[in-house]
Write a protein that binds this ligand. Sequence first.
Ligand code: ZN
Length: 429
Amino acid sequence: MTTTDSRPRADMVIADARQMLTCASDTSYDVAPIEHGWMAITGETIAAVGDRAQVEAAVDCSEAQIIAASGCVVAPGFVDSHTHLVFGGSRVDEYAAKMTENDPEVVRQMGIKTGILATVERTRAAALDELVDVAVIRLRRMLSAGTTTVESKSGYGLSTEAELKLLRANRALAGETPVDLLSTFLGAHGFPPEVPREIYLRAVLAEMIPQVAEEGLAEFADVWCDDGYYTTGESRAILEVAQAAGMAPKIHADAYSYVGGSDLAVEMRMVSSDHLNYTPRPVMARLAESGVVGVVMPALDFAVGHARPFDVRAMIDEGMTIALATDLCPGCWVESQQFVMALACRLYGMSPAEALWAATTGGSLALQLGADRGSLEAGKLADIQIWDVPRYEHAIYRLGGNVVGRVIKRGKVVVERRDDDLVAVRARG
Ligand code: ZN
């Protein structure tokens, strides 16, 4: 009598990682490392994680492709939950001028167009194909730095036609790289110069949201709620209509003042409240209690020389779930979550483990994707990065570097890099 093997069959095995950072824990910020960790992958999905004996007991690994990870760190792919990925042109002239000149009025007098409206002009002038072509290059760089899921907002169109163009660019981008791309409608990113505020607000509510919903162009809706931007009343009106149309609400809140953005996030049980520089401590506690994820973006605060950095230690002490994101945009041109983690640790006092958790699991929670990614455990997507270093702290120590050796997206190796310096570091252990 023959016995049949009931174990699932692995297509790929990641063998003997020096540190496998599973982030599979009920405790926030716990990267739950396994020393000499193994993983089996079947199709797009992780079939088993553990030590060699555990993985081989659960899964038939006899015909799998073996990915040797001796001396390496294995981590979940980064989930970048806040970007303005699609835009025309750059603002390098503004950025360079602001290195020595702090007064934005003086920069404008130098003949330099600044801020969101400068990018709106360049984005409106670009064809959809051109926007996709430049954004694809950014997405590929993000992937090669370990990011496997990206959220991308509109907001540099500020007219019905141009906002729809940006969201259609998001949809076109979705098939251009292995990265999973989620789309957010941010028509309320600012106010266009050519129409009165009320007219634009009406267009957002009565034209844009219905069309975005009809074409299925966005998973989320977002609003910039701050002094000089949208009031809490306007933000509530927009996000309620968007929510009724099937978009889950997010908010840019408390970045430059406190007008109650995070209170609105609590009231509406939003998916996330992003920026949080001026959030009062009692409001942090309410965000924690209501399960709103706080998305913080150290590179943005660095790029703008923010006068009031966010207080991530207070947020964590109050029990908040934090996601780290790039905020990639023309004012903060950063594609690497590793760089963001380095800033989060050095400037904001996160531990390397907290930063890694926030850039992976935290990001997945900020996009309502915690059920299928953000940690390495059986049943989740095989979205994985393999770092050519023996301990994960190298990712925050090698400033501006890239420790990624390989990226696996949905069970397929999609990035392979070789950096001889890192290979030597790995060999030394
Ligand atoms: Zn933003």
